[in-house]
Design a protein around this ligand. Structure first.
Ligand SMILES: Nc1ncnc2c1ncn2[C@@H]1O[C@H](COP(=O)(O)OS(=O)(=O)O)[C@@H](OP(=O)(O)O)[C@H]1O
Length: 784
């Protein structure tokens, strides 16, 4: 009986909540009757250990219940299949704070089968709520019809130890959404929120999202009032301060393990929050699939709003709906040295997290889904063919795009690391890396045309010969590198904005009733602006920084800015702007920025990362076929045309090279250890496999060692665009081989193309086709 009782109480909690509670005695009778009915129903439907897997309301779930339950499978209970009522959620967004939970739930809410809870309920993480019971919890849910799913989001569920068990206890087959973001960006987002939260309230009449301030005033205010991120995230001895909660929350693996101890991986869908920012349509498509929902969220529901710098969406009343100014805040500029320290700190936990994730993590705009490789891409130690999966993707980079990239990049850009772009390859390699070099091209050009298919593939080096560190590089070059490395630590300071007034256009749109708009109540005191608030996050203020006006007309996330916004802009929370009432000018130009148009290109494709390495198909290539081929075996029958569109805009001088050629160059020298890496959505390189590992190099150390080398390399490349790759490799003592794994994508239309014909059509229609892919294979060869 003791075993049965919790089960029964669970069933009770799944009952529809009656609006007017019956009198106590009636209630007792009702409860007993309900218990008996449910118990009977449960066993007669063969539900086994719970309601999961059986549909009590007669709905079949349209396939959504296929994987062990889900929202149609017993999370509803209604005596009337048509009935509307408050039901327990069939899906919960469990976190992570500041990773896009609000955007995700609001966007999902556009789906006709989804109803969101407008508030964060914090039922499972707050004892004062939990003791109110599941009936209370259900009563907090939006009303749903049969066939609809209620969802809620409470970001702090992810980090609260009791929550996984509690949710499991409620519904063991519930579907969970976890949205994560590049961890350092998340820390900075948290920091930004916390210090803005500290600012005095703007007052009732304060303009909430329309204001003009002087940048100088803003900077001065923030510098006086706010602690620097550095002060918070580093201990006095310079170590990362893990007592700082913002740091801890970004250690995803630490919390994820708890969830995986309770739930099967298939029930947790991990979403890349950076992808949600870039391309909500594709991310939501994956979520629809995961939840077993019909595909309803169309591409044209989402509009990129240049003023906001984020996607907004069409709400049901046809108005455009943007999240309010508490979402998508401008982040402070952070010193590159600090970023480097944090990167190093998070590398291990990110790696652990990456290893944990098997779910098809949404990767819109990227070539590969999932934090982790899909099933065809296993880690194979000591097996060269693993490279096939990374290297066989063929792509075409439009000449125009590459040239534009080149023009766009200026030396000054290489020295700015807006924190919001940390996740982007731009931030890792820096825009200057986009200046085409001859690193691969030069080597490839040595390969003769139309390489025949050979049974024993030729060994052809497309890398530089083995070098000892510093052997081939001039003293001057080394000094240049060193100088630039030194410089970077100091250049990421606040760039003083122009003292001129900075206009922030008004926002003539409907703002989402999101978290920051909520008023705390006894039951909902935990609006997400506060939900993980703790004193650790509120340290004495000494120094602060606010991002400088964008110098290259890109907005917060690297999207091209609206031309009307080309003047400098600082957007601050109303709480801060209120401090500048003396400088306020409400003479703000209004403009209709909602004109639907093609969304901008993804801000952070690996394109910039790889613009020196271009493969074009020699023949019409079907993308699917290629994938299948490369997954099937490592033969050398496919030839690819390697050419550099900048040197050869007409791409006439095709060079054919077999895949084996590409592989063997790495494997050329037995004395080398080969390590093969994949890249996660945060541009960290993850060890895929090893080959000929020489003695003295520990397998376990490989990712760390490699990451360090790579980081150095990228850092160097970022700052030394004029150096040729051989010199850089010499300096670092490594040999490098980069290759994209990619699909075709039209950046202006944000579409993926399965075939080169489709790709071609879009080229002709004026769109540019770019290589896109989150995975870059990389091998580092070390001398013995
Ligand atoms: N479409 C759209 N509009 C605005 N903001 C968007 C959008 N998509 C994702 N984001 C990102 O969401 C970040 C806030 O995350 P959360 O909603 O999880 O924050 S909270 O924990 O609920 O406070 C927020 O973080 P900041 O940029 O630091 O403000 C945004 O980057």
């Amino acid at each position: 009986m003791s075993k049965l009782f919790p089960q029964l109480s669970k069933y009770v909690a799944k009952c529809k909540i009656s609006k007017r509670p019956p009198a106590p005695r009636k209630l007792l009778v009702l409860v007993l009757f309900t218990l008996a009915s449910i118990y009977f129903l449960c066993f007669s439907f063969g539900g086994g250990g719970g309601l999961e897997g059986s549909s009590l309301d007669g709905s079949d779930g349209g396939g959504g219940a296929a994987s062990g339950g889900g929202f149609f499978s017993g999370d509803y209970f209604s005596s009337n299949a048509e009935g509307k009522g408050h039901y327990l959620p069939g899906c919960i967004i469990i976190g992570v704070r500041k990773c896009g939970t609000r955007a995700l739930i609001d966007m999902l809410n556009l789906h006709p089968q989804v109803e969101k809870s407008p508030l964060e309920i914090h039922f499972f993480d707050r004892d004062e709520n939990y003791i109110k019971g599941l009936e209370w919890y259900a009563s907090q849910m939006p009303e749903t019809f049969s066939g609809q799913i209620a969802i809620e989001k409470s970001p702090s569920y992810f980090v609260t130890p009791e929550v996984p068990e509690r949710i499991y206890e409620m519904n063991s087959s519930i579907k969970l959404l976890l949205i994560v973001r590049e961890p350092i960006t998340r820390v900075i987002s948290d920091y930004t929120q916390i210090y803005l939260q500290q600012s005095p309230s703007p007052g009732a009449n304060a303009p909430s999202n329309t204001t003009t301030i002087t940048a100088a005033a803003a900077n001065s205010f923030l510098q006086q009032q706010q602690p620097s991120l550095e002060e918070l995230v580093l201990t006095p001895s310079g170590h990362v301060n893990t007592n700082y909660k913002a740091i801890r929350i970004s250690m995803y693996s630490r919390y994820m393990q708890r969830w995986l101890d309770v739930f099967p991986k298939e029930q947790i869908h991990v979403i890349d929050g950076d992808a949600l920012i870039r391309d909500p349509y594709n991310v939501l498509r994956d979520v629809e699939r995961f939840l077993g929902l019909e595909h309803k969220l169309e591409r044209d529901y989402f509009y990129f709003n240049n003023t906001k710098g984020f996607y907004c969406w069409r709400s049901l009343n046809k108005l455009i709906h943007c999240l309010n100014d508490s979402k998508g805040r401008r982040h402070p500029v952070v010193k590159v040295g600090l970023i480097r320290t944090l990167r190093q700190f998070y590398r291990k936990v990110n790696y652990e997290f990456y290893e944990m994730d098997e779910s098809p993590m949404s990767d819109a705009g990227g070539g590969r889904r999932g934090l982790k490789r899909r099933s065809g891409d296993q880690v194979i130690k000591g097996n060269v063919p693993v490279l096939a999966d990374n290297y066989r993707r063929v792509t075409r980079l439009s000449v125009k795009k590459a040239k534009l990239e080149e023009e766009r990049l200026s030396p000054s850009q290489t020295e700015n690391v807006p924190s919001s772009s940390i996740a982007s390859p731009m931030a890792v390699t820096g825009p200057s890396f986009g200046t085409p070099t001859t690193r691969i091209r030069r080597n490839v050009s040595a390969i003769p045309k139309s390489t025949p298919v050979e049974s024993t593939p030729r060994r052809r080096s497309i890398r530089t010969p083995k070098t000892t560190p510093n052997s081939n590089v001039s003293m001057k070059t080394k000094q240049t590198i060193r100088k630039r490395l030194i410089q970077t630590d100091v250049i990421h300071q606040v760039t003083s904005p122009s003292p001129a007034e900075i206009n922030v256009p008004s926002v003539p749109i409907e703002y989402a009733e999101d978290d920051a708009n909520r008023v705390s109540t006894a039951t909902h005191s935990n609006i997400d602006d506060k939900d993980d608030n703790d004193s650790d996050l509120l340290k004495p203020l000494e120094e602060s920084k606010v991002s400088a006006p964008n110098e290259n007309n890109t907005s917060h996330n690297g999207h091209p800015s609206d031309p009307l916004e080309q003047h400098s802009e600082i957007r601050l929370d109303a709480a801060v702007t209120q401090k500048f009432t003396n400088n306020l000018s409400l003479n703000v130009p209004k403009k209709d920025f909602l004109t639907p148009g093609p969304p901008p290109p993804s801000p952070a494709t690996p394109l910039e990362n790889m613009s020196d390495f271009h493969l074009c198909p020699t023949h019409s290539v079907d993308f699917d076929t290629m994938i299948n081929e490369s997954n099937a075996m490592n033969d050398n029958t496919n030839t690819y045309d390697v050419r550099d569109p900048l040197e050869d805009p007409s791409c006439n001088n095709d060079e054919d090279v077999t895949f084996e050629d590409l592989i063997k160059v790495i494997d050329d020298n037995e004395n080398y250890c080969m390590r093969i890496y994949d890249r996660n959505p945060w541009n960290e390189y993850i060890l895929l496999g090893e080959e000929n590992l020489p003695q003295g190099i520990h397998v376990q150390d490989a990712p760390t060692q490699m990451s360090q080398d790579l980081e150095n390399f990228l850092e160097t490349m970022r700052m030394t665009p004029i150096l040729n790759p051989e010199e850089i490799q010499s300096v670092l003592g490594v040999n490098l081989y980069l290759s994209p794994e990619t699909h075709f994508e039209c950046d202006r239309c944000s579409q993926k193309f399965q075939t080169s014909e489709a790709c071609q059509e879009h080229i002709e229609s004026g769109c540019e086709i770019n290589l896109v892919g989150t995975s870059v294979g990389m091998a580092l060869a070390y001398g013995e």
